[in-house]
Structures are given as structure tokens and as C-alpha cells.
Write a protein that binds this ligand. Structure first.
Ligand code: BES
Ligand code: ZN
Ligand code: ZN
Length: 470
């Protein structure tokens, strides 16, 4: 989609009129009738025709409590109606504040995401231009909204891609291409380099697959200093069969989304680079396929890790924490970042706890927790904090190694995974773990089955913005 700016709309042509709940008064001058069957409720829209036969779309923004979800109302509206639009459509934006306009543009761009990329017959895609009226200078907002929506669509495409296509190497190629386009640097460590540098946990997880593991290092530096302000680390399991501790086959196909954390990291670095935020960040993706084979790592194995700490494998399905242990330890030792955040579709336990409504947030740093929580409400990508009490440590003590990868109990699953990760963070004072297993994949209007949500891109980018402005 293209977004352009005009001072006022031409009311003889098609236009979109956003409207808050029970506030038809503010748009009355544009309505050909006094009382349309519409009250501005959230996620609703109505088409009426103007005196020239032009389309007037009323789009409901709802109440103040819906402010964080304006994208979704525009995404749904445009997804359902754009087949009837001509190439250009106007949007009356004088009633929107900057935040509302940004979300409007993001939502409109998001409406253009389609899931059928792998069908033999491609859908015809029109390139629409949304002509936005405002008396203010809105060019920067339009650009930010377009970049944000485009990045969300790209990472959704990556999460929805089939696991025979998006191998670890494919993620590496994706990152290299993105780095060229958005002007940041990307290094992909392949099998041999991983062996040389001691990424033993990543290598162990990937042992059973014909698709070798990779570690991707994306660097975006806007400042003259060498210091890294924020490091992001993502779990990039391109398919999680469970390994020898194999998963049941029901819903196994959804385990192609087990690189949702990696997708957020890749997307955020691209977006931050496109927005040219004044910050130095790195994005690390630890990627492998957890497959079943004669070479697979086994329950009972004791493996090494980048940190030099040994790990007893109790369950090969607890693989995400292993690749993250290497990713986190590498990021901390090599880059000494001020903040470090990992994102991972890590546990079924977090899905049972929060369903699809929030990610599990783990940190000992309350300042970070407060910022992330506030940002989460603002962009409607919510987080909820769970404890990191010392009490949980005893459960991870191994008889034969420095730590074991699973407590072997049907309790405290998400917390235990977080405690395991903490063991590899060198007591970093500003580390946060986000378990996004419930929120990165879900229902949508364009798919019958579950598909990528795009969760995390706005959350982490806005967190970074908060830090960049300080
Ligand atoms: N990838 C899964 C977690 C997951 C579950 C993601 C549901 C998305 C939806 C992870 O690797 C896993 O298998 N976790 C196990 C750990 C257990 C064996 C200790 C789990 O949570 O059941
Ligand atoms: Zn698993
Ligand atoms: Zn997994």
C-alpha cells in the first residue's frame, strides 16, 4: 500500500471516516443522511453511499479502552472491503491523534497480508494508495506506519512458511537479504564456525536434522560508540518434533511456528534500522531443527554449551532453552549489552496459564518489567510477570551435570524454563525472558487454521524507542 497526504478530502469520491463510539456528531458534516445504522462500536464498519454514488465507509474505533487495538479494526475493515475499492481511497484523519493515525496506517498495511503464498495460482494483488487528509504534518507517521505494517507482514510470512522451506539456513539467507535492504550488518555462523566457537547446545539440538543449525548475528549501530544498548535473542526452532522425546501427532504441524521468537528478533532489527532509531542493538537468532534420526541427541545425554556449563538432557523436547542458553551466553560475553531480552515460543505451560491473551514475562529488573508492561498495554501486545524465586532452582539440580534441562514434573513449566535460562545469563542485571508460546500463533480472519499473529514487533520496537529516547 502507498500512503499519501492531502489537506482535505474530496467528498464526491470514495472515502473512509473513522468514528469513535457514540460520536457521530464529529463527522456529521460528511454524512449524506442524519442517522446511519452505526454507533462507532469497536471492530465494526458500515458502507453508505454519498450523493454522487461514492462509497463512504464508517469505521468504528470504539471506546478509550480499545485505543490499543485500532490496527485490528482497520485490518479487518480493509481486508473485507478492499476488493471493492478503486486504486485510490481517501481517509479522513483530522479527528485522529498521532498515535491513532499510526495505528490506522499499520492496520491498513496489515490488511494486505495473505497466507496463500504457496498456492500454485497467485491471487491478483492491487496496489492501493490511501490518500490521507490532515491539516498536520503527518509524513513521518505515514512512513513509520507503513514500515511497521510491512515488517509485521514479512515476519508473519516467515512464521507461516512451511518447515521444509524455512530451514535454519533459510532464516540466515532471509537475514542477509534484509540486512542489505535495510542497511545493517548480518553474520551467519554455519556448522563449522559453530563447532569452532563452541555452540555445543545449538549443535546438539540440530544433530538429528539434515538441515544444519545456524546462529545469526544482526547488528544495527546508529551511535558512534561501540557499546550495545540492547541485545535481542530469539529461539529459532524451524520445526519442533520433540526429538526422541517425540510429541504426539495432533497439532504437530503447528510446530513450524517454533521460530516465532526468532522472527520477532529478525523483524525488530529490520524495523529499527528502517526507522533509523538512535540506538545500538544486536539481534541473535539461535536456529536448529529438532528432528528424529539416528544422530539425534538423546534423553540421558550430557552435553556441553557455549558457557562451558554441562547440561543433562532429561527431555529432548525442552530444546528451546538449550539453543537460547548458547544465544544468551554468547550475546552477554561477546557484546556485554546494557539490556538483554530473549523471546521464545518456549513452553506449553505458558499457554495453559495465559491462553492467547498475554506473554509470560520473567525478569528480576522491575524497571524493565514496568516499561515492558506499559508498552504492552499501549500496543495491545500484553505481558504478565511470573516469579523467579530461588525456590525453583533446586528442581534443576542434576546428579551428573551442572544443570538438567527439565525438572521432570508436570508443574511450574514456564518458570522452570526461565530459571534454566537464568543459569546462562552470568547474573546479567537487565535481562528479561518473554515466553510467547501462546501469543505468536493464533486465529485470524484470513485463515481457518492457526496462523502467525505478528506479536512482539510493536512491543519490542516500542520498548527500544523508550530506551532510545533516554
Ligand atoms: N515448542 C515447545 C513449546 C510450545 C508449546 C510452543 C505449544 C507453542 C505451543 C517447546 O519446545 C516444548 O516442547 N516445551 C515442552 C517442554 C517440556 C518437555 C519440558 C512443554 O512445554 O511441554
Ligand atoms: Zn520442544
Ligand atoms: Zn520448541
Amino acid at each position: 500500500m502507498k500512503f499519501t497526504h492531502i489537506k482535505s478530502i474530496d467528498t464526491t469520491k470514495d472515502f473512509i471516516l473513522p468514528c469513535k463510539k457514540d460520536d457521530l456528531k464529529s463527522i456529521q458534516e460528511f454524512l449524506p443522511i442524519a442517522n446511519p445504522d452505526f454507533d462507532g462500536s469497536f471492530n465494526t464498519h458500515l458502507l453508505i453511499y454519498g450523493t454522487k454514488g461514492n462509497r463512504i465507509y464508517l469505521v468504528g474505533l470504539g471506546e478509550d479502552k480499545n485505543a490499543g487495538q485500532i490496527e485490528s479494526t482497520f485490518q479487518k475493515f480493509a481486508f473485507e472491503t478492499c476488493k471493492y475499492w478503486s486504486n485510490d481511497i481517501q481517509l479522513y484523519a483530522d479527528g485522529l491523534n498521532d498515535d491513532e493515525l499510526l495505528k490506522t496506517v499499520i492496520g491498513l498495511e496489515m490488511s494486505q497480508y495473505t497466507i496463500g503464498e504457496f498456492r500454485s495460482k497467485k491471487e491478483d494483488k492491487k496496489e492501493f494508495t490511501v490518500v490521507i487528509s490532515s491539516t498536520k504534518n503527518i509524513e513521518n507517521i505515514l512512513e513509520e506506519g507503513k514500515f511497521t505494517g510491512e515488517t509485521i507482514n514479512k515476519i508473519k510470512g516467515l512464521v507461516d512458511a512451511p518447515p521444509n522451506v524455512k530451514t535454519p539456513e533459510y532464516l540466515g539467507n532471509w537475514a542477509e537479504k534484509s540486512a542489505k535492504e535495510a542497511s545493517y550488518t548480518c553474520t551467519v555462523l554455519k556448522q563449522k564456525q559453530l563447532e569452532e566457537q563452541g555452540f555445543d547446545a545449538v549443535l546438539s539440538v540440530g544433530k538429528g536434522s539434515v538441515n544444519p543449525p545456524v546462529v545469526i548475528i544482526n547488528e544495527y549501530k546508529a551511535k558512534d560508540t561501540e557499546t550495545i544498548d540492547i541485545a535481542l535473542v530469539g529461539k529459532g526452532i524451524t520445526f519442533d518434533s520433540g526429538g526422541l522425546s517425540i510429541k504426539p501427532s495432533t497439532n504437530l504441524h503447528y510446530m513450524k511456528s517454533d521460530m516465532g521468537g526468532a522472527a520477532v528478533v529478525l523483524g525488530v532489527v529490520e524495523l529499527v534500522a528502517k526507522l533509523k532509531l538512535n540506538i545500538n542493538i544486536i539481534g541473535i537468532v539461535a536456529s536448529a531443527e529438532n528432528a528424529v534420526d539416528a544422530n539425534s541427541y538423546r534423553p540421558g545425554d550430557v552435553i556441553n554449551s557455549y558457557s562451558g556449563k554441562t547440561i543433562e538432557i532429561i527431555d529432548t523436547d525442552a530444546e528451546g532453552r538449550l539453543v537460547l542458553a548458547d544465544g544468551l551466553n554468547f550475546a552477554i560475553k561477546k557484546y556485554n549489552p546494557e539490556y538483554i531480552i530473549d523471546l521464545a515460543t518456549l513452553t506449553g505451560s505458558v499457554v495453559r496459564t495465559f491462553g492467547y491473551a498475554a506473554a509470560g514475562m520473567f525478569t528480576e529488573n522491575q524497571e524493565m518489567a514496568n516499561t515492558m508492561s506499559a508498552v504492552g498495554y499501549k500496543v495491545h501486545e500484553r505481558v504478565w510477570q511470573l516469579p523467579m524465586f530461588e525456590d525453583y532452582e533446586a528442581d534443576l539440580k542434576s546428579d551428573v551435570a551442572d544443570i538438567k534441562n527439565f525438572n521432570g514434573k508436570p508443574i511450574e513449566g514456564a518458570i522452570n524454563a526461565a530459571k534454566f535460562l537464568e543459569f546462562f545469563t552470568e547474573k546479567h542485571p537487565k535481562w528479561m525472558h518473554l515466553d510467547i508460546a501462546g501469543v505468536s500463533f493464533g486465529s485470524s480472519q484470513y485463515a481457518k487454521m492457526k496462523s502467525a499473529t505478528g506479536y512482539g514487533i510493536q512491543l519490542i520496537t516500542n520498548f527500544i524507542k523508550e530506551k532510545a529516547n533516554k
